[in-house]
Each structure stands twice: as C-alpha cells, then as structure tokens.
Design a binder for this molecule. Structure first.
Ligand SMILES: [Zn+2]
Length: 352
C-alpha cells in the first residue's frame, strides 16, 4: 500500500500547496512556486532560470558540525571566521568556471542558510540548499522528533520549509537531502526515505540520498537496492532520485541494477588523484552502456569542520576540474558528453 495516494500534479500542488502545510505558517508572501509556468531552479538567492545554473557541482559542503543533533548549534562557531575561511575556495571555483553549487549538508549537521546566502553574494556562485534529515550513523544527527513523528509529520516539516523558508528566513530548499545507514535499513531509515518521497511528491524537489556509511562492503550497496524497492512501491519516478556516493559501491552489478531502474548515480569523493582515476573509469563505463543522462559528478569537497582549529583541512572545489575532467577525456568522453555531466544532468535534477 502506498504511503501517500497523492496524485496531484506538481503544478497543481504549486497552486494548492497551502492545503497540506500547517495553517500556523503566516508568511504573507510565500515565495515557493510563485505561480511560475516553466521550470526554474531554487537557489538561496531566489529562483533562477535552469540555463543560468551553467556549470553545476551537485554535491558539496560548506560547513559541517559532527557534534550530533543534541548539541549542534550556530553558537558553536564564529560565522565571520568561517565565512573568511571558506570564501577564497569559492572564488577559486568561480574563476575556474563553476557557477552553481548544491550544498548537501542537512539540518542538525551544520546547514546554515544565512551563511550560504552571504557566501553566494560575495562569490557570485549560486547556492542550492536542502531540506531533509541524515539518518546514518545510528541517528546521531537526528533530532528527537524524528523518532517520535510519522513519515507524514516529518514530510510536513520539510514541505513547510519548501513553502515558507528555512530557520525563520525566506530561503527555500532546492532539493531534499537524506542519508541512510547500512543494510538492512532500520525503521528510522525507512521512515526518512518515506518522508522524502512524500515531500518529493508534494514539491517536485529531487531527492539526493547518501547511501550507507562506514566500511565499503556489500551491505553498503544493498542499502541502495532496498531504497529502490521503496521508490518502486511508491511509484516515484527514478529520474528524480540520486544515489549519492555511487563511487563507493563495490559491486558493479548493484550500480547497473540502479541505472537500469532509472535512478541517477552520483560519483564524488575526489580526495585524491587516484579517486579521480577510479571515478573516471566507472563513469566512462556507464556512459558507454547508454546511462550518460543518469550520471552526476562532484567533489564532495569543502568541509569547514566546526570544532577544529580554523575549520581544519578544507577540501577545494576544483579537484573535479583539475583531476577528473582530463581523465574523463582520456577515457574517451568528448566535450559534449562531459557537458552532459557538468551542465545538463544537474540542471535537470534541480529544475522544479
Ligand atoms: Zn557529502
């Protein structure tokens, strides 16, 4: 049985969405889905035309705090200090041709949309932020209410963010970011996936899911395959789902099964040139199997760590350009095929 029998089209939702969200929301001018009649991308600075996204990094981070949901707070860092540390890396990205970054840090893990807004203005990079929760690592990054509420109640929180704004601002998410632990999925993992699907059905936002965590083993792949079953059961279009960290999946057969099901596969983890070599081979192979329209590439870079001196070691956003793109060319991809990965595919993911 379906978790929601919602059959409203996304456009219908955009005009009727107040039916679902709590009536306590009082923003007089909700900016979400402001009756636009064509696809747009929601950034922290407002809606942009999809072509304005240009070169997109679909999975990066700015600031992260791994202290856990109970203690995570903006009072744990000096935002001006973080801003000053992060900005040069964004300027470097911008001067390398990167125009848009999807920031994949969920709430209770360091998501700071006001910082993103400041960084967007200062760097002239479009930032896309997210709604959703991170259920991996035994729920350490989940607020108490995630355990007590139903999938529908959690979805309503996220839909409210998509309609009225995040953390008291009018900044809206441009996608749903969740994370699950290793297989077998726990009840809390499944609930977070179901909440994301409800939110997707009501908002049109795509879902990016961190698949598994920890050791790279077969169960890591199976967590993704378990999610594919839920997606199928709920009739969610695979093209709106992103299997993040596909590069870490050991079994090629799992990736092939995922690609066959129509979902998108994201390859990141560019912490070394060797990682880029491996990703280039994986991406080129799937491209040659006619899955080019379902592949995403990013660094999974950034990571100003709250609690470490000066934010610790920051991973630049340009490894993809420096390492991965030349290796994709060496693997036989032409410029048009590479642009499919850097421009066309992410543009479609984030268009609503
Ligand atoms: Zn990430």
């Amino acid at each position: 049985m379906s978790i929601t029998d919602c059959t409203l089209s996304r456009r219908t939702f955009l005009s009727n969405s107040a039916l679902l969200v709590a009536s306590s929301c009082t923003n007089p001018n909700p900016p979400f889905g402001s009756n636009h009649d064509h696809d747009t991308i929601q950034t922290v600075s407002g809606l942009i035309e999809p072509q304005e996204a240009d070169f997109v990094l679909p999975h990066e981070h700015v600031l992260v705090d791994f202290i856990g949901a109970k203690k995570a707070s903006k009072s744990r860092y000096d935002v001006d200090q973080a801003f000053g540390r992060i900005l040069p890396y964004l300027r470097e990205a911008k001067s390398s041709g990167i125009q848009t970054i999807a920031e994949c840090t969920p709430a209770y893990l360091g998501r700071d949309v006001q910082l993103l807004s400041r960084l967007a203005s200062a760097s002239d990079i479009n930032f896309i932020t997210n709604t959703g929760y991170y259920a991996a690592r035994n729920g350490l990054y989940l607020p108490e209410h995630a355990f007590n509420e139903t999938a529908m109640q959690l979805a309503n929180r996220w839909i409210r963010e998509a309609r009225y704004g995040i953390d008291g601002t009018q900044i809206l998410p441009g996608f749903i970011k969740i994370a699950v632990g290793n297989a077998p999925l726990l009840a809390i993992d499944k609930k977070i996936v179901e909440a994301a699907i409800i939110t997707h059905k009501e908002t049109g936002l795509a879902i990016i899911t961190h698949i598994g965590a920890g050791k790279i083993t077969a169960p890591r792949a199976n967590a993704g395959l378990e999610i594919l079953k839920i997606i199928k059961r709920e009739n969610m279009p695979g093209e709106r789902f992103v299997w993040a960290h596909a590069h870490a999946t050991v079994y090629q057969s799992a990736l092939r099964q995922a690609a066959d099901s129509g979902v998108n596969l994201a390859f990141e983890g560019l912490t070394s040139e060797e990682a880029a070599t491996r990703n280039a081979k994986l991406v080129a192979r799937l491209y040659s199997q006619h899955f080019g329209k379902q592949l995403l590439i990013s660094n999974d870079g950034g990571w100003y760590h709250v609690g470490k001196p000066d934010g610790g070691k920051f991973k630049p956003y340009t490894n993809l350009i420096k390492w991965l793109l030349p290796k994709l060319t060496a693997e036989g991809l032409n410029d048009k095929q590479i642009k499919q990965l850097t421009h066309i595919n992410p543009k479609q993911i984030f268009s609503i």
